[in-house]
Structures are given as structure tokens and as C-alpha cells.
Design a protein around this ligand. Structure first.
Ligand code: ATP
Length: 254
């Protein structure tokens, strides 16, 4: 099999919140059209690392970041880097569904409007395509102009995913996207991510070991600000190299 192209590379990344070093030298690479899961106990730095990939930590006071992160070969922390363009390329979905208090339609086209797109047919097409990709079109196609807040949590999360997809990102970051959802909604989102894998590079933080093993191709295990190991998901779950990984996935700690 041909070697997969790397979309994101990171080398010796450190991050401190004030005096507290939350990331202690992370070097991870992410392959195109693959789902990578980040797992590890609470507080080990998964969300912090994920947020670094589209510069969501920039506004936190007293944050100090060092090391190198490249997206498509370009250093995203280089001076003069366009953060808006980066966030268009690397979209993010959060733990709690966070639709804006607008209609479903306006939520999906939010990023396109910001980019100045006005043509109605283009916007209509983007709404339909993105909601179909997010596997929610059939449920909302007759009420696109109703408030997104009237939807269930699982539906809201899929609309938020459609909002990310509408700007045609390359990478989708998801921070525990199903932890606030019921099992049926979670399964819908997992199935959708498996469908999206052919077109996007997906990185997901999850506490759910079954979810990581069901949907991810590779898994990285974080512990206390470091990556203990990253490998094919099957290998991590069936035959990890490190004892800490084995202890965590078998529920001995964490
Ligand atoms: N804004 C912040 N200011 C100060 N410390 C922070 C901030 N955000 C996170 N931390 C600390 O950094 C460490 C890593 O947090 P992070 O949220 O990245 O962990 P996590 O592995 O994603 O945890 P969880 O699984 O519970 O979400 C924790 O000790 C946390 O308290």
C-alpha cells in the first residue's frame, strides 16, 4: 500500500499555562484521509494539543508555546501566518454543540458569509451539500429557516459539523464530540465520520475507548503532557508496546 501523505506534522511541542507545563515535547504526525484518536486520562493535555492545531490557545493569557507545527508543510506559528485562513483549513467541533441562535440555514453558511459569499444559489448548494455530508439533511430539509436551537443535542452537533464542512476544510478537529449525546446520536456521528474520512483528515479526542477502536485508524496515547505511544489503533488496543498504555486501555487507571 502506498504511504499516506502527512497533512499535519508537529515536532517537540511544549505549552505552558503560566508556570505549569501542560505539554512536554509532543511530536505527532497526522495522515491524510485517516481518523486519528487522541486518548488518555483527564488533564493529560489532549484538548490543549488539539487546540494548538488551529491556534485556539492564542488568546489564553500567559500561554507560552514552543516547537513546530506544520499544516501542509507550512509553519502555522510563523509570524504573519493568516489565522483566519488556517481555521478555514482546520475546522473544529467542540464537546458541547454550539450552534448560533440563528436558523439552521444561517448556521451552516456562517463561514461563507464571513468570506463574503452572497450568491443565493451557491449558498443553497453549500447548505444542502454540507447537511448531507453531516448526515442530517433528511431531518432538517423542510425546516431550514427554523432556529438551530430548536433541534436536539445530537442534531445540533451535526449542524455544527455541517457548519465546519461548508467552508471546505482539509482537517476536522473534534474534541469529545459525542460525550454530551445519547448512544443513538453518538452512533450517527461515528458513522458520519467514517463516511467523511475519504475526503478529510480527522483528529478526535475521545474518552470512549470503544469509540476510538471503532472509528480510528491510528491512536495516540497521552499521559501527563507526553505522548507515550502512537500506532495503528488495533495495535494500541490489542498489543501496545508500553505498560502505561496497557494499564490505561484495560481500565487500570485513568
Ligand atoms: N486555560 C487554562 N489555564 C490554565 N491551565 C489550563 C488551561 N486549560 C487547561 N489547563 C490545564 O492543562 C492541563 C491539560 O488540560 P487539557 O484540557 O488539555 O487536558 P485533557 O487531556 O483534554 O483533559 P480532559 O480529558 O479532562 O478534557 C490540565 O492540568 C488543565 O488543568
Amino acid at each position: 500500500m502506498a504511504k499516506k501523505e502527512l497533512v499535519i506534522t508537529s515536532r517537540d511541542v511544549h505549552l505552558s499555562y503560566g508556570d505549569f507545563e501542560a505539554l512536554k515535547g509532543i511530536s505527532l504526525n497526522f495522515k491524510k484521509n485517516q481518523i486519528t484518536a487522541l486518548i488518555g486520562p483527564s488533564g493529560c493535555g489532549k484538548s490543549t494539543y488539539l487546540r494548538l492545531l488551529n491556534r485556539m490557545n492564542d488568546l489564553i493569557p500567559n500561554v507560552h508555546i514552543s516547537g513546530e507545527i506544520k499544516v501542509d508543510g507550512q509553519d502555522i506559528y510563523a509570524s504573519g501566518e493568516d489565522v483566519v485562513a488556517l481555521r478555514k483549513k482546520v475546522g473544529m467541533v467542540f464537546q458541547q454543540p454550539n450552534p448560533f441562535p440563528f436558523s439552521i440555514y444561517e448556521n451552516v453558511i456562517y463561514g461563507l458569509r464571513l468570506a463574503g459569499v452572497k450568491d443565493r444559489a451557491t449558498l443553497d448548494q453549500a447548505v444542502e451539500t454540507s447537511l448531507k455530508q453531516a448526515a442530517i439533511w433528511d431531518e432538517v430539509k423542510d425546516k431550514l429557516h427554523e432556529s438551530a436551537l430548536s433541534l436536539s443535542g445530537g442534531q445540533q452537533q451535526r449542524v455544527c459539523i455541517a457548519r465546519v464542512l461548508a467552508v471546505q476544510p482539509e482537517v476536522i478537529l473534534l474534541d469529545e464530540p459525542t460525550s454530551a449525546l445519547d448512544p443513538i446520536s453518538s452512533t450517527q456521528i461515528e458513522n458520519m465520520l467514517l463516511e467523511l474520512r475519504d475526503r478529510y483528515t480527522i483528529i478526535i479526542v475521545t474518552h470512549n475507548m470503544q469509540q476510538a477502536s471503532r472509528i480510528s485508524d491510528e491512536t495516540a496515547f497521552f499521559l501527563a503532557g507526553k505522548v507515550i505511544e502512537m500506532d495503528d489503533t488495533k495495535k494500541i488496543f490489542l498489543n501496545p508496546k508500553e505498560k502505561e498504555t496497557e494499564d490505561y486501555i484495560s481500565g487500570r487507571f485513568g
